[in-house]
Every structure is written in C-alpha cells, then in structure tokens.
Design a protein around this ligand. Structure first.
Ligand SMILES: [Zn+2]
Length: 419
C-alpha cells in the first residue's frame, strides 16, 4: 500500500531528505579531471581570486586592476581575503560561498586563518580532493565546457588524453565560430579546413566537417554557445547563416541539443578582464523562432537577465523542444533562485532543469549545490503543501521521483543518455 505524507511536517522532512540525498548530474560547469593539468582550478588560492570576488574587491580597494592583475594568485588571494572577509563582512553570495565550501571541508572558518586552509591544500593529492568534493556536493557527474579554440585544451584532446573518468562528460563550446567568424576562419584555415571569411558553400560544409570531427572526438552531450543580448533570429548575419546551415543540421544529425546561454555583454569594463562582463535583457523571440522553425532540433536555454525569465517559461510551454536550465551566473543568488524556481514550477511543473553549478573552481561545487539544494527544497515543499490542502497527498516515492527528474533525469532524457 502506498504511504502518503499526510502531515505537513513529515512532508517537509521528506522533501529535505530527498533533495539532500539525490545525486546531481551537474549539466554545465567549467571544471576538468586532473589529467587536464592546469585547466583544473582548485583550492583556496584559486577560490579567492576568482572573478566573482575580484569584481567585488575593486569596490573596496583603491588598487588599480592593472596593479592587481600583475600580482601572483597567492598575493591576489591575500588582498581579497583582507578586503572582502576581514575588513568587511563577507555577506555577498560569492563570499558566503567560499565560507560554505571551507565549512563543509571542516575548517574552522571563524578562526579567519587563511594559512591554515592553505596548509591543507598543500598536502592533499588532487585526485583525492576531487573524490572528496564530489562526495560533499553529492554530484554524480559534471558536464565540462570543452573549447577546441583554447590551445591548451585543444592539445589535451589531440593527444587523446581525454577524460576517461565517467564523472566528467564533455560539451563542445563553439563561441568563436558564431561570435567572431572572420578571425576564426583563419584559425580553421590553419588547421587544414578549406574556409574563407566569406560563407561560401564550401566554407559552410567545411565548418560542418569541423563540427562533426570534434563531436566524434569529444562525444559531447551538447553543443554550446554563449550569446549577447543583441542576439536575434532570424537576422541577416554570418552568425544566423552558420546556425542555419551548420549548427542546426549537424546537431540534428548527431542527435545532440544546441545549448544557448543568452545575455552576457562581454567586457563592458575591459580593465577588469574576466570580471568585466555585464548583463543585458534579450529577445526571447529568437529562441521561439528557432524552436518553431526547427521542431526536430532540441535547444537547452538559459538567460542571464532576471527580466527574461518569465518570457522564457512561457516560450518553454509552447515549445517542448526547449529545455530551460539553471540560474546562470548573476542569476545565481538566493533571492533570485527562489523567485525563478517558483515561477518555473508554476509554469512548467517539474519539466525543467532547476540548476547547474557553472563551477569554474572545483571547490565551488560544494557551495553552489549546498545553497541551491536548500532553496529548491523550500520551494518544492511549498508547492506540495499547496496541493496537499486540496486533498492531493504525495508519497515519498513520488517526491523522490520528482527530485530525481529535476536533478538528473530531465537532462539525461533531453540529451538522450537515459533509456
Ligand atoms: Zn558557464
């Protein structure tokens, strides 16, 4: 006999437990297995100078970006620790994230002793640390961001030392092809593809060959690009032509989704380097037009601007070949995650991917999932509680089914890795 959760308290406990215990398939990150060498960032001296915190540092410090970026990462970590944690209270989400990660690693965070953290990281083997982080974050696997235009990463793949660790899955990132074809043409030319900056028939077929070859090499779960707020479709541009003539047919034939992360205004303050990107409101109509024109293609979509989230939910209701995912970058703040997760549940039921970590530093997996799990559990409980009052009771098995869909199976089904 099915045991339904009749009592509000029992329901809340059950939701919290299911959310805590269900492993996550983290569908978008920037972390790598140890055999990718220096591409894998980890430990407190990578965590502190990360651009999330770097951007906040300049709000307190009189140091110029030029001075700051000329320092070693250890020196940068010390300055950030002083400015953001010691001289001011670390309440921002990126600061709190560092504290959560250190706390879950069982450090005495309150002692405020940066060198004590460093001592641990100096003595731990990276392979062991990867295991520990995956366990603490309760993540079963992550999807990397794999960029053939990055010389270091390209070499790893060409030397075929690619990931054999099943916890690290690939995603083919192709921003330079869509965002800067003129420059990318000469790179492809240098790699032996017969391309020119003009999009002739031969060039388009060679771009497709480039994509097929990298899909064969990486076995990616999807092909991805990050796009600016000015992205439109349809439009008269090289970008739109490459999407129509290459991306759409290649992803359809290979059966992988095309992921669009839309809303980043690159380098609005170039002096800040990686911390210099901004956000802008996008045209959700571009996604609707693509999803409508190419019903046999699948699109993973996330927007960087809070103002786009409601329209995005409505678009996903109309097009089942659109899967909304995550609370991306500037959206990844508790107040916004709470709002968007509720909005998505109200408009899409459980048919979306509520979160991805976007972790660039391995340790970020710990806090991103800890913070998000807390919020997702709260919102899910509220929604079950709302239907409970009508007399519709859920069982623990049903709660676990829903959480598993949200944390892994919706994504796996969408990319076709779940039978
Ligand atoms: Zn990312």
């Amino acid at each position: 006999m099915t045991h339904y959760l009749t009592d509000s308290r029992a329901l809340q406990g059950c939701v919290k437990k299911a959310v805590r215990e269900t492993p996550v398939f983290d569908m978008h990150t920037h972390i790598y297995p140890p055999q990718f060498g220096e591409l894998l960032l980890w430990g407190v001296d990578d965590l502190l100078p990360y651009h999330y915190l770097g951007a906040e540092f300049f709000r307190y410090s009189s140091q110029t970006p030029e001075e700051f970026f000329s320092l070693s990462k250890q020196q940068q970590a010390e300055l950030i620790w002083e400015a953001l944690f010691v001289d001011h209270s670390p309440v921002s989400e990126s600061n709190r994230g560092v504290l959560t990660a250190l706390n879950k690693l069982r450090f005495d965070v309150g002692a405020r002793d940066l060198n004590a953290f460093r001592e641990y990281f100096a003595n731990v083997a990276v392979e062991d640390y990867v295991d520990r982080v995956f366990e603490l974050a309760n993540v079963e696997a992550v999807v990397m961001t794999n960029d053939p235009f990055d010389d270091k990463e390209r070499q790893v793949w060409l030397n075929s030392k690619a990931s054999s660790d099943p916890r690290f899955r690939a995603a083919l990132r192709i921003d330079p092809v869509l965002m800067d074809w003129d420059r990318s043409a000469s790179r492809l030319d240098g790699w032996g593809y017969r391309v020119t900056s003009l999009l002739t028939e031969e060039t388009l077929s060679e771009i497709s060959r480039f994509l097929y070859e990298w899909i064969e090499r990486l076995k990616p779960l999807y092909l991805a690009v990050s796009l600016p707020p000015s992205f439109r479709y349809p439009e008269e541009s090289k970008r739109a032509r490459i999407i129509e003539s290459c991306i759409i047919p290649v992803t359809r034939k290979t059966g992988i989704p095309f992921a669009m992360m839309i809303g980043v205004n690159k380098l609005i303050n170039p002096r800040l380097g990686q911390a210099g990107d901004g956000v802008g409101r996008c045209d959700v109509g571009a996604v609707e037009a693509l999803a409508g024109k190419f019903p046999d293609n699948r699109f993973l979509v996330t927007f960087l601007s809070r103002e786009n989230q409601h329209e995005a939910c409505v678009a996903a209701r109309k097009f089942s070949n659109v899967m909304l995912f995550g609370c991306w970058w500037f959206m990844n703040n508790p107040s916004i995650i709470r709002e968007i997760t509720a909005e998505r549940l109200e408009l899409l039921g459980t048919s979306f991917v509520p979160q991805h970590s976007d972790a660039r530093v391995l340790d970020q997996l710990i806090y991103k999932w800890s913070h998000s799990r807390e919020i997702i559990a709260e919102i899910l409980f509220e929604k079950y509680e709302d239907i409970r009052r009508t007399g519709w009771l859920v069982s623990e098995k049903e709660v676990r089914r829903d959480v598993k869909n949200l944390f892994s199976d919706n994504f796996k089904r969408f990319v076709g890795t779940k039978e």
